[in-house]
Design a protein around this ligand. Structure first.
Ligand code: CUA
Length: 330
């Protein structure tokens, strides 16, 4: 191996490691006040720990190389200063900072803020936008839209096991615990798409339990919400009409509500405006007709163990009609 190649590896490793710090799901590039407060404490702890490591290494070198003929400092003084006073001061300061930051992250008392409920399921996110009285005005899944620079109150619970709701660029983690409702505030200070991920192992498809938060100006958020409130449009073209009939005939509607067509009896993602979403199957892949067809036909190969059964018996024409219908649900 040439010398040039060997020097290239550390640079490549550094680029690879650092590229993980950018992007749509990094706590190191915060885009909201809560995530920023967490990042500040994290960096203070990182640099503080680095400084303390240097100090300890310096003291170890001093112990090795000190002049043996000179009288050493008193052992008791070193233990009291370095083992008691210094840790008590540093840990007290961190505790005070952490408690104050935590109180700000959980401030939940603004009137008129946007209120959302997110319910964890194996393995997808049920999202309800709530009115003032706590009733749901919009149901969607795996995608949350929020207005810019506005605190959004998110209450979280679970329908099955413990999940953890985490959108690293916007806020900290909050567990979804059976029998309990937890709360967190999301706020984005710049527009963008932020990826969230379930952060508590919840079964085979834990890794495929992602969601997206879209932060946008207030007007476009309001337009989005008004559109989501509306029932699904009736399909106009013949393929989509055949797809709608297949959706009912093959039992899709038993698990998936399409407002305007029918309400589900079992629990599956609301598909009323599924075509408006970026991704399918909780962030598993892009929302394209081909991916939709593949998922309907072979969901148990793509996301094994999920509640969505495979439909290997459906012919290509039916699958295409279903994709046309779901694609019309903008
Ligand atoms: Cu849900 Cu991990």
């Amino acid at each position: 191996m040439s010398k040039k190649q060997t020097t290239g590896w550390p640079a490549l490793a550094a680029v690879t490691a650092l590229s993980g710090c950018e992007g749509i799901q990094s706590a190191l590039t915060p885009q909201g006040p809560a995530a920023r407060a967490i990042a500040e404490i994290s960096w203070a702890m990182f640099w503080g720990a680095a400084a303390i490591l240097l100090l300890v290494m310096g003291l170890a070198l001093y112990a090795v190389y000190r002049n043996p003929h000179k009288k050493p400092p008193s052992a008791n003084a070193v233990i009291v200063a370095g083992g008691v006073l210094f840790p008590v001061a540093v840990l007290s300061a961190l505790l005070a900072w952490g408690v104050q930051a935590m109180a700000n992250l959980r401030a939940f008392e603004h009137d008129g803020a946007v209120r959302i409920e997110v319910v964890g399921n194996q393995w997808w996110w049920d999202v309800h936008y709530l009115d003032g009285a706590g009733g749901a005005v919009v149901a969607t899944a795996n995608e949350i839209h929020i207005p810019l620079a506005t605190p959004v109150h998110v209450s979280v619970r679970t329908n099955d096991v413990i999940h953890s709701f985490w959108v690293p660029k916007l806020a900290g983690k909050i567990d979804m615990v059976p029998g309990r409702t937890n709360r967190i505030v999301l706020q984005a200070d710049s527009p963008g798409v932020f990826r969230g991920q379930c952060a508590e192992f919840c079964g085979a498809q834990h890794a495929r339990m992602a969601l997206f938060v879209i932060a946008e100006p207030v007007e476009s958020y309001r337009a989005w919400l008004a559109h989501q409130r509306a029932p699904a449009p009736a399909p106009a073209d013949p393929a989509a009409m055949r797809g709608r009939d297949a959706f009912v005939e093959h039992g899709c509607i038993a698990c998936h509500t399409v407002r305007g067509l029918g309400a589900a009896r079992a629990r599956g993602p609301d598909l009323t405006h599924v075509a408006s979403r970026r991704m399918l199957a909780a962030g598993t892949f892009d929302n394209t007709p081909d991916n939709l067809i593949a998922f309907i036909a072979r969901s148990q190969q793509i996301k094994p163990g999920s509640g969505m059964p495979s439909h290997p018996h459906l012919d290509q024409a039916t699958l295409q009609a279903l994709a046309a219908y779901l694609g019309s649900l903008r």
